[in-house]
Design a binder for this molecule. Structure first.
Ligand SMILES: [Zn+2]
Ligand SMILES: [Zn+2]
Length: 166
Protein backbone atom coordinates (compact mmCIF):
# COMPACT_ATOMS: atom_id res chain seq x y z
CA UNK A 1 0.00 0.00 0.00
CA UNK A 2 2.72 2.42 1.06
CA UNK A 3 4.88 1.67 -1.95
CA UNK A 4 1.93 2.02 -4.20
CA UNK A 5 1.14 5.52 -2.88
CA UNK A 6 4.69 6.71 -3.29
CA UNK A 7 4.71 5.59 -6.86
CA UNK A 8 1.45 7.36 -7.54
CA UNK A 9 2.72 10.59 -6.06
CA UNK A 10 5.84 10.52 -8.14
CA UNK A 11 4.03 9.56 -11.27
CA UNK A 12 1.14 12.04 -11.22
CA UNK A 13 2.91 15.40 -11.52
CA UNK A 14 5.05 14.13 -14.34
CA UNK A 15 2.10 12.89 -16.36
CA UNK A 16 0.29 16.21 -15.98
CA UNK A 17 3.27 17.91 -17.57
CA UNK A 18 3.53 15.44 -20.39
CA UNK A 19 1.11 16.95 -22.94
CA UNK A 20 2.82 20.32 -22.70
CA UNK A 21 6.37 19.03 -22.80
CA UNK A 22 8.47 20.61 -25.48
CA UNK A 23 11.88 19.74 -26.70
CA UNK A 24 14.57 22.38 -26.87
CA UNK A 25 14.25 22.43 -30.63
CA UNK A 26 10.52 23.18 -30.47
CA UNK A 27 11.11 26.07 -28.10
CA UNK A 28 13.78 27.63 -30.23
CA UNK A 29 11.55 27.30 -33.32
CA UNK A 30 8.74 29.08 -31.50
CA UNK A 31 11.08 31.86 -30.37
CA UNK A 32 12.32 32.31 -33.92
CA UNK A 33 8.84 32.57 -35.40
CA UNK A 34 7.71 35.00 -32.70
CA UNK A 35 10.76 37.16 -33.36
CA UNK A 36 10.08 37.11 -37.10
CA UNK A 37 6.39 38.00 -36.86
CA UNK A 38 6.97 40.90 -34.48
CA UNK A 39 4.00 41.55 -32.24
CA UNK A 40 1.91 38.69 -33.52
CA UNK A 41 1.54 35.92 -30.99
CA UNK A 42 -0.40 33.47 -33.14
CA UNK A 43 1.81 31.98 -35.78
CA UNK A 44 -0.16 28.83 -36.54
CA UNK A 45 -1.95 28.68 -39.89
CA UNK A 46 -5.73 28.06 -39.83
CA UNK A 47 -6.75 24.40 -39.44
CA UNK A 48 -7.33 22.39 -42.62
CA UNK A 49 -11.13 22.37 -42.28
CA UNK A 50 -11.16 26.18 -42.15
CA UNK A 51 -9.07 26.40 -45.31
CA UNK A 52 -11.36 23.88 -47.05
CA UNK A 53 -14.36 25.90 -45.89
CA UNK A 54 -12.94 29.11 -47.32
CA UNK A 55 -12.32 27.22 -50.56
CA UNK A 56 -15.97 26.14 -50.65
CA UNK A 57 -16.97 29.75 -50.03
CA UNK A 58 -14.78 30.98 -52.90
CA UNK A 59 -16.31 28.43 -55.26
CA UNK A 60 -19.95 28.38 -54.19
CA UNK A 61 -20.76 31.61 -52.31
CA UNK A 62 -23.50 32.61 -54.78
CA UNK A 63 -25.10 29.13 -54.78
CA UNK A 64 -25.02 28.95 -50.99
CA UNK A 65 -26.66 32.36 -50.72
CA UNK A 66 -29.33 31.52 -53.30
CA UNK A 67 -30.15 28.21 -51.60
CA UNK A 68 -30.74 29.79 -48.18
CA UNK A 69 -33.51 27.84 -46.44
CA UNK A 70 -34.43 30.40 -43.80
CA UNK A 71 -34.13 30.14 -40.02
CA UNK A 72 -30.34 29.83 -40.15
CA UNK A 73 -30.39 26.77 -42.41
CA UNK A 74 -28.04 26.60 -45.39
CA UNK A 75 -27.21 24.08 -48.08
CA UNK A 76 -23.51 23.67 -48.77
CA UNK A 77 -22.11 21.39 -51.48
CA UNK A 78 -19.56 18.75 -50.58
CA UNK A 79 -15.99 19.68 -51.46
CA UNK A 80 -15.14 16.10 -52.37
CA UNK A 81 -18.27 14.39 -53.75
CA UNK A 82 -20.08 16.16 -56.60
CA UNK A 83 -23.85 16.23 -56.23
CA UNK A 84 -23.82 15.89 -52.45
CA UNK A 85 -25.21 18.81 -50.46
CA UNK A 86 -25.16 19.13 -46.67
CA UNK A 87 -27.67 20.99 -44.59
CA UNK A 88 -25.87 23.31 -42.22
CA UNK A 89 -27.30 25.31 -39.38
CA UNK A 90 -25.65 28.56 -38.37
CA UNK A 91 -27.06 29.63 -35.03
CA UNK A 92 -26.97 33.09 -33.54
CA UNK A 93 -25.82 31.55 -30.29
CA UNK A 94 -23.12 28.94 -29.84
CA UNK A 95 -24.47 25.43 -29.46
CA UNK A 96 -27.14 25.81 -32.10
CA UNK A 97 -24.75 25.20 -34.98
CA UNK A 98 -24.58 21.90 -36.77
CA UNK A 99 -23.96 20.14 -40.05
CA UNK A 100 -25.29 16.77 -41.11
CA UNK A 101 -21.91 15.53 -42.38
CA UNK A 102 -20.06 12.85 -40.41
CA UNK A 103 -17.08 15.14 -39.80
CA UNK A 104 -19.24 17.52 -37.79
CA UNK A 105 -20.69 14.66 -35.74
CA UNK A 106 -17.16 13.59 -34.80
CA UNK A 107 -15.34 16.90 -34.37
CA UNK A 108 -18.01 19.57 -33.88
CA UNK A 109 -16.72 21.52 -36.85
CA UNK A 110 -16.41 21.09 -40.61
CA UNK A 111 -15.67 22.95 -43.83
CA UNK A 112 -19.39 23.23 -44.75
CA UNK A 113 -20.15 25.09 -41.56
CA UNK A 114 -17.20 27.44 -42.12
CA UNK A 115 -18.47 28.24 -45.63
CA UNK A 116 -22.09 28.75 -44.51
CA UNK A 117 -21.06 30.92 -41.57
CA UNK A 118 -19.08 33.16 -43.89
CA UNK A 119 -22.02 33.61 -46.28
CA UNK A 120 -24.29 34.26 -43.28
CA UNK A 121 -22.01 37.01 -41.98
CA UNK A 122 -21.84 38.71 -45.36
CA UNK A 123 -25.57 38.72 -46.06
CA UNK A 124 -28.99 39.52 -44.60
CA UNK A 125 -32.64 39.14 -45.52
CA UNK A 126 -34.33 41.95 -47.47
CA UNK A 127 -37.35 43.17 -45.51
CA UNK A 128 -39.29 43.72 -48.71
CA UNK A 129 -38.85 40.56 -50.81
CA UNK A 130 -37.59 38.28 -48.04
CA UNK A 131 -34.65 37.10 -50.15
CA UNK A 132 -31.21 36.66 -48.65
CA UNK A 133 -28.85 39.28 -50.20
CA UNK A 134 -25.21 40.31 -49.83
CA UNK A 135 -24.72 43.32 -47.59
CA UNK A 136 -23.44 45.23 -50.62
CA UNK A 137 -26.90 44.78 -52.21
CA UNK A 138 -28.80 46.07 -49.18
CA UNK A 139 -29.64 49.59 -48.08
CA UNK A 140 -30.65 50.32 -44.51
CA UNK A 141 -33.64 52.57 -43.85
CA UNK A 142 -32.93 55.63 -41.70
CA UNK A 143 -35.43 57.67 -39.79
CA UNK A 144 -35.83 60.34 -42.38
CA UNK A 145 -36.47 57.88 -45.22
CA UNK A 146 -40.07 57.43 -46.36
CA UNK A 147 -42.96 56.15 -44.29
CA UNK A 148 -43.47 52.55 -45.48
CA UNK A 149 -40.38 51.25 -43.68
CA UNK A 150 -39.03 51.42 -40.18
CA UNK A 151 -35.53 52.58 -39.28
CA UNK A 152 -33.25 49.58 -39.40
CA UNK A 153 -35.24 47.83 -42.12
CA UNK A 154 -33.09 46.64 -45.00
CA UNK A 155 -34.11 46.74 -48.62
CA UNK A 156 -32.26 45.17 -51.50
CA UNK A 157 -31.41 47.18 -54.60
CA UNK A 158 -33.78 45.19 -56.83
CA UNK A 159 -36.68 46.05 -54.53
CA UNK A 160 -35.61 49.70 -54.43
CA UNK A 161 -35.39 49.75 -58.23
CA UNK A 162 -38.85 48.19 -58.37
CA UNK A 163 -40.18 51.08 -56.29
CA UNK A 164 -40.48 49.38 -52.89
CA UNK A 165 -38.84 52.33 -51.18
CA UNK A 166 -41.82 54.65 -51.73
ZN1 LIG B 1 -20.25 19.47 -42.63
ZN1 LIG C 1 -35.64 42.72 -51.85
Amino acid sequence: MLICRRQTKEWLPRSSHLPRARTKEDVSLIEQSVARSGQETTTEPPPAYVLRGLGLYELHAEDILAAYQGAGRWLVPSGTTPGIVYEVRVGRRPGRDRCECTGYQHHGHCSHHVAAERVAKKSAVCDSCGQRRWWSELVEVHEEDGISWHPGDRLCRSCIRAGAWL
